[in-house]
Design a protein around this ligand. Structure first.
Ligand SMILES: NC(=O)c1ccc[n+]([C@@H]2O[C@H](COP(=O)([O-])OP(=O)(O)OC[C@H]3O[C@@H](n4cnc5c(N)ncnc54)[C@H](OP(=O)(O)O)[C@@H]3O)[C@@H](O)[C@H]2O)c1
Length: 245
């Protein structure tokens, strides 16, 4: 596959990009820092990428960079079969409540700007006859929960948007894949107490790659989070008000 990948410099994105080059996919890296992109491109080359790995600056805080970056990736790879978005930001609920500007920035990056980026990516993929748009949302978007009210609201909006895209464009050959990670040990969650069933990036990457290959519209990772969230979705509000999950 020829893949434009936004967010492969760290965490789950880095693990997934490594897995993909190891099996022969070609990747164009998109990210906000040319230094970090260069370092990631070298890392992927060492892991077996066939040709030098191209990279393009694309910042989720700067929508004006989106169209140029997707076009550049398409040109560098000679077309696009997939666009993957793992880029995103996190902050704890207390910090978001204390700082409205931080809250606005998180919602803008994780929701509105990610939607705008996906609109650009969707158009590029459809112009090439379809393909895969795989985007990392979160289990935090499944239900209003005390510890992740604002982050979860942004991810809920993103999940909803991606579901709509899948409904609208599947018949045209666009496969939209929503990844819903539970807690995964990455730089994003460094310093937080890992709950039971916390996952590792490599295992998540293997699960997500399987979903991409199958064209599964939704994937929970690690797997137990599918069941955990089914239970959480079924809990009455009176219980949700009492627990701190
Ligand atoms: N870890 C978890 O427990 C968890 C759970 C549920 C959902 N998720 C979601 O899964 C995705 C991946 O998370 P992760 O844990 O792998 O995170 P991570 O290790 O913090 O990596 C985040 C990636 O996003 C990129 N990024 C951040 N802001 C950006 C911006 N403005 N423009 C472009 N790229 C930007 C980072 O690039 P830089 O190298 O430039 O910083 C990095 O490559 C995120 O969408 C996250 O919300 C994570």
């Amino acid at each position: 596959m020829r893949v434009a990948f936004l967010g492969a410099t760290k965490g789950m994105g880095r693990a997934l990009a490594r897995l993909m080059v190891e099996r022969g996919d070609t990747i164009c890296l998109l990210g906000r820092s040319s230094v970090d992109l260069e370092r990631s491109a070298t890392d992927l080359s060492v892991r077996g990428a066939a040709d030098p790995v191209p990279s393009v600056v694309c910042d989720l805080e700067k929508p004006e960079t989106f169209a140029g970056a997707v076009d550049a990736a398409r040109e560098a790879l000679g077309g696009l079969d997939a666009v993957i978005v793992t880029a995103g930001v996190f902050a704890i609920q207390e910090d978001l409540e204390a700082d409205p500007l931080l809250a606005e920035r998180l919602v803008r990056v994780n929701f509105s700007n990610t939607v705008v980026f996906c609109e650009v990516a969707k158009k590029a993929l459809l112009d090439d006859g379809g393909g895969t748009l795989c985007v990392f949302s979160s289990v935090a978007g499944e239900r209003g929960r005390k510890p992740v009210i604002i982050y979860g609201a942004a991810k809920a909006g993103l999940t909803h948007y991606l579901e709509g895209l899948d409904h609208k464009h599947r018949a045209e050959g666009l496969r939209v894949i929503t990844v819903k990670p539970g807690f995964v040990k990455t730089s994003m969650t460094a310093g937080l107490e890992p709950p039971p069933f916390a996952g590792e990036p490599d295992a998540v990457a293997r699960r997500v790659l399987g979903a991409i290959d199958r064209g599964a519209p939704v994937v929970y990772a690690p797997a137990p989070w599918r069941l955990i969230m089914a239970v959480i979705r079924a809990l009455p509000r009176a219980i949700m008000r009492r627990i701190n999950f």
